[in-house]
Design a binder for this molecule. Structure first.
Ligand code: ATP
Length: 398
């Protein structure tokens, strides 16, 4: 009856690969050699590595599209190699590059394939198909009866994801699912996957060539070398801050520190509270006096709801009739939800520290360049602790 209990509460289960090896017949070296890994329940783990290193082979052994030569694989504690293949695959959604849709099936038929195989009645399949189309942002009225060739690449990928999710499997395998679309569509599809995952909390194994995609999507990244050798398996933050070796560093590429800024939010850092805030009804003379006393040049004007509006310079106040007639309106305000990357961009545009707003737009403090720089330094130091400790042990005088 387990197939009947497909419902919202299904979330991911742990996957474990234990000393898994694959030798293709007629080849000398194994394509995957002694691979062991735990993929935590409800997380996205991204396999990234050069072409031919064994990413796809490793992934496909999980749903036994490729049978391992040796080793053990468990899905939610069940031995995947002992399960009936059909039962196993019902627990595992699978999405691939160029969607792999059946060309002679409509969108609705493609999405309904697995529920149909599971013997769901027609009404239930239809309603599930519509639910899935809504989930991935395709209007059922417009798209359900189209054929794959009548869709853009991005729409095809959405159908591919909808089909993989249709039977609500706890596990999703995604093999370069966004590889064949333009960068903007790709970014949108990535955002959508992250949004879906917030609710669904599936266990997702995702294969890509693209390290930036891995950083964006992965709760953890496995950087793989030849024969699927695990070069590093860690959070994006740790890999960016402290690549295990030169090969991983090569994969991380230039600008690792800047990439870290997309992983951190303004709410993660301490804001400055030293700006002088004023309201528009204060007299210019009074504000000038405050600025002079506090040895500051700028005051930040807040509206009645304490939302930041403009910066006013002390010089502008000398001849001003009111505070609201002078100053420079804010072009860029960042919120506590913004990434440090957004904050940095705003600083570069504003030329200094920028005001930060809370969840209702109210002033929460300012963030300045030094904070961003010291945050990067701090992440590096934290992740380098082990390495530094080792080096100190070796190098310390007796
Ligand atoms: N059916 C097969 N028979 C023999 N060798 C194979 C077979 N399939 C794959 N291989 C080999 O196994 C190795 C790993 O291939 P795999 O497709 O898993 O790599 P990958 O990392 O996914 O590559 P890519 O990123 O290019 O898709 C490669 O050397 C490949 O040539």
């Amino acid at each position: 009856m387990s197939e009947q209990t497909v419902s919202d509460e299904v979330s991911g289960v742990e996957i474990e690969l234990d000393h898994v090896t694959k030798r293709y017949s007629g080849t000398r070296a194994p394509a995957v050699d002694d691979f062991s890994m735990v993929v935590p329940a409800g997380k996205i783990v991204v396999f990234v590595g050069p072409s031919g290193c064994g990413k796809t082979t490793t992934m496909r052994m999980i749903n036994r599209l490729i049978e391992p030569s040796s080793g053990r694989i468990t899905i939610g504690g069940d031995d995947a190699l002992k399960l009936d293949v059909d039962t196993l695959r019902r627990r595992i959604g699978y999405a691939i590059q160029q969607a792999g849709l059946f060309p002679h099936f409509t969108v609705a038929q493609n999405i309904g394939v697995v529920p149909g195989l599971l013997g769901w009645d027609k009404k239930r399949v239809t309603s599930r198909v519509e639910e899935m189309m809504d989930l991935v942002g395709l209007d059922p009225a417009d798209f359900r009866d189209r054929y794959p060739r009548q869709l853009s690449g991005g729409q095809q990928q959405r159908v591919g994801v909808a089909r993989a999710l249709a039977a609500d499997p706890p596990v999703l395998l995604m093999d370069e699912p966004f590889g064949a679309v333009d960068p903007i569509t790709r970014g949108n599809l990535q955002d959508e996957l992250l949004r879906l995952q917030t609710d669904l909390k599936k266990t997702i194994v995702f294969v890509t060539h693209d390290f930036d995609e891995a950083v964006k999507l992965g709760d953890r990244i496995a950087v793989l070398g030849n024969q699927s050798k695990i070069l590093q398996y860690d959070t994006p933050e740790s890999i960016l801050a402290n690549p295990a070796d030169d090969t991983v560093a090569g994969f991380v590429g230039a600008g690792a520190s800047l990439k870290q800024l997309t992983l951190m939010r303004v709410r993660d850092v301490e804001l400055e509270q030293d700006a002088l805030t004023i309201t528009a009804d204060e007299s210019p003379a009074a504000v000038r006096e405050k600025l002079t006393t506090q040895r500051k040049q700028f005051a930040l004007v807040l509206d009645q709801r304490r939302r930041p509006v403009r910066w006013v310079h002390v010089r502008e106040l000398a001849n001003a009739s009111s505070v609201s007639s002078v100053g420079k309106p804010l072009r860029d305000v960042v919120s506590v939800q913004s990434t440090l990357q957004d904050a940095l961009e705003a600083m570069l545009a504003e030329g200094g520290s920028v005001p930060v707003t809370g969840s209702r737009g109210e002033y929460a403090g300012t963030i300045k360049l030094d904070t961003v720089i010291s945050t990067i330094q701090q992440i590096r130091d934290e992740h380098a602790d082990d390495a530094t400790a080792d080096a100190a042990d070796e190098g310390a005088p007796a």
